[in-house]
Write a protein that binds this ligand. Structure first.
Ligand SMILES: C[S@@+](CC[C@H](N)C(=O)[O-])C[C@H]1O[C@@H](n2cnc3c(N)ncnc32)[C@H](O)[C@@H]1O
Length: 207
């Protein structure tokens, strides 16, 4: 099973942000769940949440294993964790129908190809209920926040491995999101120079 040390470090700050933003009984689609550690942590802590993990085909077996082993016990009251679903953001037909009150994705925008980021934003805009939230956690550049040396080094490292990877510019993401009907609501500072970008689909507020 995949295991991420970074996930262990950031799962509590991420839970804190989710608590702050998610409405009660939120239906949440997680994109690029990876090891599934966030999914398990959230459903154990957040009463009433309905969590749908997902990832690309190559991650699914490991993800399903964690959910089967750890995601069936100790859930918070009323919380539900669905079986992981295959979802590559580039493949419009793999997106579930929704509606969801929130789409959450951690540490994915710098790993997926730059051209996939608008696919993530467009997919989220399609499946969110009016007023629903998109929360993107990870390292970003720009958007009025000075670039930490560790993020500049990480960006250079990723691009040396594959020019299609790299940290995304938060202002560019905001502009793409806006063109798809998602308004930038917040840019939350997170530990270790990470951020959570919060967007809301135009329409009535949820919660
Ligand atoms: C660094 S891992 C992060 C995993 C997990 N969210 C976490 O925070 O530990 C990057 C994730 O992005 C996912 N990813 C990359 N490209 C993707 C795409 N086109 N569609 C969906 N997920 C993608 C990978 O499959 C992987 O799960």
């Amino acid at each position: 099973m995949r295991f991420s040390e970074a996930c262990e470090r950031n799962k509590e700050p991420i839970l804190h942000v989710l608590r702050q933003w998610l409405p009660p009984q939120a239906r949440v689609l997680e994109v690029g769940s990876g090891s599934g550690q966030h999914a398990v942590h959230v459903v154990r802590q957040l009463a009433g949440v309905q969590w749908q993990p997902s990832d690309r085909a190559e991650y699914l077996a490991d993800l399903r294993e964690r959910i089967a082993l750890e995601g069936r016990e100790g859930l918070a009251p009323g919380a539900q964790l669905a079986d992981p679903q295959e979802l590559d953001v580039d493949r419009a037909e793999q997106w579930p129908r929704g509606p969801y009150e929130a789409v959450f994705s951690a540490n994915t925008t710098h790993i997926m190809e730059a051209a996939s980021v608008p696919c993530l934003l467009a997919g989220a805009a399609r499946v969110l209920a009016p007023g629903g939230l998109l929360l993107l956690y990870g390292p970003f550049l720009g958007g009025g926040v000075p670039t930490a040396p560790s993020n500049a080094a990480f960006d250079a490292h990723l691009r040396s491995l594959d020019p299609a990877m790299g940290l995304r510019d938060a202002q560019a993401v905001n502009e793409q999101a806006l063109s798809l009907g998602l308004e930038a609501l917040a840019d939350e500072a997170m530990p270790a120079n990470n951020r959570t970008l919060v967007f809301r689909k135009r329409g009535a507020a949820v919660g």
